[in-house]
Design a protein around this ligand. Structure first.
Ligand SMILES: Nc1ncnc2c1ncn2[C@@H]1O[C@H](COP(=O)(O)OP(=O)(O)OP(=O)(O)O)[C@@H](O)[C@H]1O
Ligand code: SF4
Ligand SMILES: [Mg+2]
Length: 293
């Protein structure tokens, strides 16, 4: 099975790129490939011009702090033997921060995600899921990363904390110039948080382009369904319901031939069943993979 197949993207400093698609379409796999947490079977990931696949383990270790994951489930990224204090002090020590400043900085980091200093002596298993996630987030940001993969970074948080976390990510992008891959099912968040995006379906990009143009004029039939589903939540726009996305995505290990979206596409033609459309440039910095566009 190819969880991610034939995708290409670039993310600049200070830019936020959204990755959208149904569960199992390959979003997290792509995020992990970009951070070299997974090795691609083919293809290349480069960071500031150097091919990550060609770096020695030592060089890659030096780069790691600059490439940070923020996952919904922070369990795996926090060493269970460390206290919260140690988890947060470590990245600051690595950066050579003076000892006497570390305590104040940690207090500041916790405040930014609405957590108190009473957590400092606890271990990860003594925190709630949302607390763990926020510790994972501030720890990642304390590394002063150049590039962040934020995979559903706010999904398990209360609304008020969600807003704080997203503000924090935005400020790291704007102030420190970090690039961001923002993975989410939540189209509203993607619209707020990103400048460009890609719509993924069974491992491939169906449409890529500027975020605002996507929401005002989605081009691919799948994109149109996603945007209609969003509008259908608005009672004034119930008419959009008729174009809503229906059916389950097929099993990724048995992707349909031709256009992989054809079993769910209301516009499919005989050609769509046996010929796979490539991503075509349709102007306005948008690319679409559909025979009709
Ligand atoms: N370690 C693995 N071994 C085998 N298959 C895997 C592995 N990790 C992911 N997959 C499969 O690869 C596909 C893509 O998974 P991925 O986690 O990238 O999806 P996703 O888009 O992030 O989904 P979600 O929105 O549910 O997080 C899925 O079919 C998944 O079952
Ligand atoms: S290529 Fe055909 S089946 Fe695929 S999205 Fe376009 S019209 Fe639908
Ligand atoms: Mg995922």
């Amino acid at each position: 099975m190819r969880a991610v197949d034939g995708v290409s993207l670039s993310i600049s400093r200070g830019e936020s790129f959204g990755l959208v698609g149904e569960s199992g379409c390959g979003k997290s796999t792509l995020g992990k490939l970009l951070l070299r947490m997974l090795e691609p079977t083919a293809g290349r990931v480069s960071y500031q011009g150097s091919d990550l696949g060609l770096l020695s383990e030592g060089d890659m270790k030096g780069l790691r702090p600059k490439l940070q994951p923020i996952f919904q489930d922070a369990d795996g990224s926090l060493d269970p033997r460390y206290t919260v204090y140690r988890l947060l002090a470590e990245p600051l020590q690595i950066q050579g921060m003076e000892r006497r400043k570390i305590g104040g900085m940690i207090q500041d980091l916790l405040g930014r995600v609405n957590l108190g200093t009473e957590l400092l002596e606890r271990h990860p298993h003594e925190l709630s899921g949302g607390q763990r996630q926020r510790i994972g987030l501030v720890r990642a940001l304390a590394m002063k990363p150049d590039f962040i993969v934020a995979d559903e970074p706010a999904a398990s948080l209360d609304l008020s904390v969600q807003a704080q976390v997203l503000d924090l990510l935005n400020s790291v992008r704007e102030r420190d110039g970090a690039g961001l891959l923002y993975v989410s099912h939540n189209l509203r968040m993607v619209r707020l948080m990103t400048q460009r995006l890609a719509i993924m379906y069974l491992g491939k990009f169906m449409e890529t382009g500027d975020t605002e143009s996507f929401f005002t004029k989605p081009m691919h039939p799948y994109s149109q369904m996603l945007v209609s589903s969003l509008l259908s939540l608005d009672p004034a726009k119930r008419r959009a319901r008729k174009n809503m996305i229906t059916g389950e995505p097929p099993d990724p290990s048995d992707a349909p031939g031709g256009c992989r979206f054809h079993p769910r596409c209301p516009y499919r033609k005989p050609l769509c069943l046996h010929e796979e459309p490539g991503l075509k440039d349709v102007g306005n910095s948008t690319k679409v993979a559909c025979h009709l566009v």
